[in-house]
Design a protein around this ligand. Sequence first.
Ligand code: ARG
Ligand code: ZN
Ligand code: CA
Length: 243
Amino acid sequence: ADGTVEIPVVVNVIYRTAAENVSDARIAEQIDVLNADYGGTNSDASNIPSEFQSVKAGDVKVRFRLANTVRKSTTQTSWGTNDSMKKASTGGIDATNPSNYLNIWVVGNMGNILGYATFPESAGLWNDGVVIAAPFFGKTGASSPFNLGRTATHEVGHYLNLRHIWGDARCGNDLVADTPTQTTSNGGKPTYPLYNRCNGVSRSVMFMNYMDYVDDAAMFMFSAGQKTRMQSVVAASGSRAGL
Ligand code: ARG
Ligand code: ZN
Ligand code: CA
């Protein structure tokens, strides 16, 4: 009634070691993080600087419900970004009806890559969804400084049509008006305020946005413009209306 869309989620766990076989409790924890971050009820939302209060998303009105967990053991030690984990014929697990479910694949190890996602242009295709390396999935037992479940928050942002906040270019465009243009990605735990000069204008940048590359503990907001973009994807007329 209030326009909130609840997305059913299938978590596909492909594991070699016991540590990679993330527990049901850890999966529940990850879903809870997504619901807090997309609901704007994350406890660290209190750290949003006052200058960004007027443009914060608050409740994105997207929620997540675990619909099923599928598990498969493997002897494969590492994975790339070629989607092989998404097909049984290449050692993975076939997606569950990707038009109607957000599929998340958890794999043991992707080298330096924490996760990756498909944009809405892939809606409903066999490879549609989010991949997360097990050390960065959930919280308990996850790998610092990416152990607060925010890799999933970031990847689901891509799945719902968000670009990186720096627009993947020097002073690039993320197609969101209320996120200040920034020179490049930020990492670690930057100190606020952080000024970037782009096209002759100096701005305090929103490095605490989920779509930057900072540590999990340093990211805690979406903007209102990002919320609008995500809402149009899950709306009745949107490319992910089937969710
Ligand atoms: N590098 C990944 C991507 O571009 C994920 C980054 C997630 N950041 C984090 N603090 N967990 O999609
Ligand atoms: Zn990203
Ligand atoms: Ca922007």
